[in-house]
Design a protein around this ligand. Structure first.
Ligand code: PHE
Length: 341
């Protein structure tokens, strides 16, 4: 028996442990219930009485040695400080790729628009997408029977017909005018909703950036200059701007903003329907009655407002022909956009 203990001691000392598998083999060989040390304990009953004391001591020593060797090697393996490496790890394999997302084209263009206006001294205002009739329509001079209020254009909240999904971000203009802190020089980016069937050219949800500038002596010339500067910053110096007389209930006079077609440079193509011009938004001088609705002294203050569709501008910038691409989340489409420069 003593000889056997010696042998196993030697075996333990020589056992090579460099991997987790070898450690497990060591455990099975020496420590487990069916391992060599346990088997010796089973045989202990056959040891002669006079030898029992010595053999018992040696056996216990062996057991401790085996356990200690196992514990210290397990610790070394755990901390990874063994020089040789687990053979199941193939370090020549390529790494798992770190997938990077990209910004949505609408976000890219919206942020670029914000950046241009911020440089001109505009701040950014936010407001609710679920709005009451006053802030979306009444304060903005929409007559009671204006078609824009009708079911085909506006999403009404069923439980409370006074509440709607905003049809433009002009509701935020009303809200900041009501706060009464003048002068105001602010833009309002955000989502708007209109009850339109979804097609390549229309969607029930889209994005606008509107702007409002109110101070003493603000004129149409200020409006024109602001828009000129914006268009040249966003689309480039060669693009020309045209103001076309139009109508909005909340501005007087009002105009549509057209820019020379980016594709054909004004000579006429399918995108501009052979006209050489494409519309990017509307604008005008804030109607004095809107100022009064918002408790601003229209004799002292005047201002201009403008609004543009972010999808429309993005379509022009990147020549995207189907609005639905913006909401389908096809990464083959989304991946292509990096910057609006
Ligand atoms: N609110 C208008 C729209 O959604 C856009 C606009 C804003 C026009 C400000 C003129 C002035 O169509």
């Amino acid at each position: 028996m003593l000889n056997k203990i010696k042998e196993i001691n030697a075996e333990i000392a020589q056992f090579k442990i460099e991997t987790k598998e070898q450690l497990e083999a060591f455990r099975l060989a020496f420590i487990s219930k069916k391992g060599k040390v346990s088997t010796l304990f089973d045989d202990f009953k056959n040891v002669a009485v006079e030898e029992k004391k010595l053999v018992g001591q040696e056996l216990n020593k062996l057991k401790t040695i085996a356990q200690e060797r196992f514990d210290s090697l397990a610790e070394v393996l755990q901390s990874g400080s063994l020089s040789s490496v687990d053979s199941s790890l193939d370090l020549s394999l390529p790494p798992i790729p770190n997938e990077l997302g990209s910004r949505h084209p609408i976000t890219i263009v919206k942020e670029r628009i914000i950046q241009i206006f911020e440089r001109m001294g505009f701040n950014v205002s936010d407001g609710p997408e679920i709005e009451d009739d006053w802030h979306n329509f009444s304060a903005l001079n929409f007559p009671e029977n204006h078609p824009a209020r009708e079911m085909q254009d506006t999403f009404f909240i069923e439980k409370n017909p006074d509440m709607i999904l905003r049809t433009h971000t002009s509701n935020v203009q009303v809200r900041i005018m009501e706060q009464g802190k003048l002068p105001i020089r602010s833009i309002m980016p955000g989502r708007v909703y209109r009850n339109e069937a979804i097609s390549a050219r229309a969607h029930c949800m889209f994005h606008q950036v509107e702007g409002l500038y109110i101070d003493e002596n603000v004129s149409f010339a200020d409006l024109k200059d602001t828009i000129y500067h914006f268009v040249k910053e966003l689309f480039g110096k060669d693009i020309t701007v045209r103001f076309r007389p139009s109508f909005f209930p909340f501005t007087e006079p009002s105009a549509e903003i057209d820019i020379s077609c980016l594709i054909c440079k004004g000579s006429g193509c399918a995108i501009c329907k052979q006209s050489g011009w494409v519309e990017i938004g509307g604008c005008g001088m804030v109607d004095p009655s809107v100022l009064e609705n918002c408790k601003i002294d229209a004799k002292k203050y005047s201002g201009f407002a403008f609004g543009m569709g972010v999808e429309r501008i993005t379509n022009l910038k990147y020549q995207i022909k189907d609005l639905r691409l913006f909401t389908e989340n096809d990464i083959r489409f989304l991946r292509q956009f990096t910057s609006a420069e």
